[in-house]
Design a protein around this ligand. Structure first.
Ligand SMILES: Nc1ncnc2c1ncn2[C@@H]1O[C@H](COP(=O)(O)OP(=O)(O)O)[C@@H](O)[C@H]1O
Ligand SMILES: [Mg+2]
Length: 316
C-alpha cells in the first residue's frame, strides 16, 4: 500500500456479542485531505475509527495507518479526539494541553510553549491558567482539541468533534481543520451532520448499518443526482406543456422536474414561442443532503436529521 494514502482499510468486520456492528468497510484517505465519515448514530463510525487506530482489533480485514500495518506503531504521528471527552478537571488549560502532547511523545516544556501559542492565536490567552473544571463543556472540548494537535501530528482523527459545541466553537473548529489541512496534515472526522461534511470534506464515506454506501468525492456523490428545475409560468396551459419532461410535477403553481439530458433550451423555446410568460426559472444543483437520501435511503436520512436536532438541543 502506498504513501499516497494516510489510511487504507479493506474489508473490516467487527461484531460485538455476536451482532455485527461493522460489515466490510473499505476506506482510503488520501494524504493531506479532509475526509469525512458520515452516517447516523449507530452506523458504525466509532467502531471503524477505533479499528483504524488499532484501539480495537477487527475480526477480519486489514488496514494501514501512515504506512504501518500495526496502527499503534504510528501513535506518535497521530492526534485523536475520542468520542468520549475528558480532561483532568483540576489541570489548568496550558498543562492539560502540554500533558496530552506528552502522552504522544512531545517534551512538556515544548508542549507548554505551543499551548500558549495555540491559546493566544485563538484569542483564548485568558484561559492559560484557568482550571478545566471552570470551563464550559464546549470550551473544555476546544482545549482538548488543542491537546489533540499540540504534537503536530501528520494525521488528525476526530470522532464527532462538532457535537457538544456551540456555533462559535464549531466555527473555530472548522477553521482549525482547514488550517491543518492547508499545512499538509491529513484530517479525518466522523459526523452525523451532513453540512459539516459538505462544507469541509473533499472525500467522504457514507456509512449506514455498518456498511459503506458511498466512498469518494463529495462532488461525485452530488453528481449522482440530476439538477432540479423549478418553473413558474403566467399562463397555466398551452402547447408548451408537451415540452415538459416526463415526471414533471406541478405543486402550488410551480413545475418541478429533473433537468432533462437536452438541457432546458428546447423547453424555454416552447415557452417563449407559446407566450407562456416565464415568471420563475431556476436550475439547482442537488446538495449532499439529497445525495445522502438517495445513497443511504429515507430512513437513514430521517435518523440523521433527528440526531442533528438532538445534538442542537444538547448543546443549547
Ligand atoms: N463495545 C461495544 N460493545 C457492544 N456493542 C457495541 C460496542 N461498540 C459499538 N457497539 C454497537 O455497534 C454499533 C455501531 O456503533 P458505533 O460504532 O458506536 O456507531 P456510531 O459511532 O456510528 O454511532 C451500534 O449498534 C453499537 O451499539
Ligand atoms: Mg460514534
Amino acid at each position: 500500500m502506498s504513501s499516497a494514502f494516510a489510511i487504507e482499510a479493506k474489508g473490516l468486520f467487527k461484531s460485538f456479542d455476536g451482532k455485527e456492528a461493522v460489515s466490510g468497510i473499505d476506506i482510503a484517505v488520501p494524504t493531506g485531505t479532509i475526509y469525512g465519515i458520515l452516517g447516523p448514530n449507530g452506523a458504525g463510525k466509532t467502531t471503524t475509527i477505533r479499528m483504524l487506530l488499532g484501539i480495537i482489533e477487527p475480526d477480519r480485514g486489514a488496514r494501514t495507518l501512515l504506512g504501518h500495518e500495526r496502527p499503534l506503531e504510528a501513535a506518535r504521528e497521530v492526534g485523536y479526539l475520542p468520542e468520549e471527552r475528558g480532561l483532568y478537571p483540576s489541570m489548568h488549560c496550558r498543562e492539560a494541553i502540554a500533558f496530552m502532547g506528552a502522552l504522544r511523545g512531545l517534551p512538556l516544556d515544548v508542549g507548554r510553549k505551543r499551548a500558549d501559542i495555540l491559546l493566544q492565536q485563538n484569542g483564548l490567552g485568558d484561559y492559560t491558567h484557568k482550571p478545566i473544571k471552570s470551563l464550559s463543556k464546549g470550551m473544555a472540548q476546544t482545549i482538548q482539541l488543542f491537546g489533540t494537535i499540540v504534537h503536530q501530528p501528520k494525521l488528525i482523527v476526530l470522532d464527532e468533534p462538532f457535537s457538544g459545541l456551540d456555533a462559535i466553537n464549531q466555527g473555530r473548529l472548522e477553521q482549525m481543520i482547514r488550517d491543518e489541512a492547508a499545512s499538509g496534515t491529513t484530517v479525518i472526522f466522523s459526523t452525523h451532520v451532513i453540512h459539516h461534511a459538505e462544507r469541509l470534506c473533499e472525500r467522504i464515506a457514507i456509512i449506514a448499518g455498518g456498511q459503506v454506501r458511498f466512498e469518494g468525492e463529495v462532488a461525485t456523490a452530488r453528481d449522482r443526482l440530476r439538477p432540479q428545475v423549478r418553473l413558474r409560468t403566467r399562463a397555466a396551459d398551452g402547447p408548451w406543456r408537451a415540452a415538459l419532461p416526463a415526471g414533471a410535477a406541478l405543486r402550488d403553481g410551480l413545475w418541478q422536474f429533473e433537468l432533462p439530458g437536452t438541457g432546458v433550451e428546447p423547453l424555454v423555446k416552447a415557452l417563449v414561442d407559446g407566450g407562456a410568460g416565464i415568471e420563475e426559472l431556476a436550475i439547482e444543483r442537488p446538495g449532499l443532503h439529497d445525495a445522502f437520501v438517495q445513497i443511504a435511503g429515507e430512513a437513514a436520512a430521517r435518523q440523521i436529521e433527528e440526531d442533528r436536532r438532538a445534538d442542537l438541543e444538547a448543546a443549547a
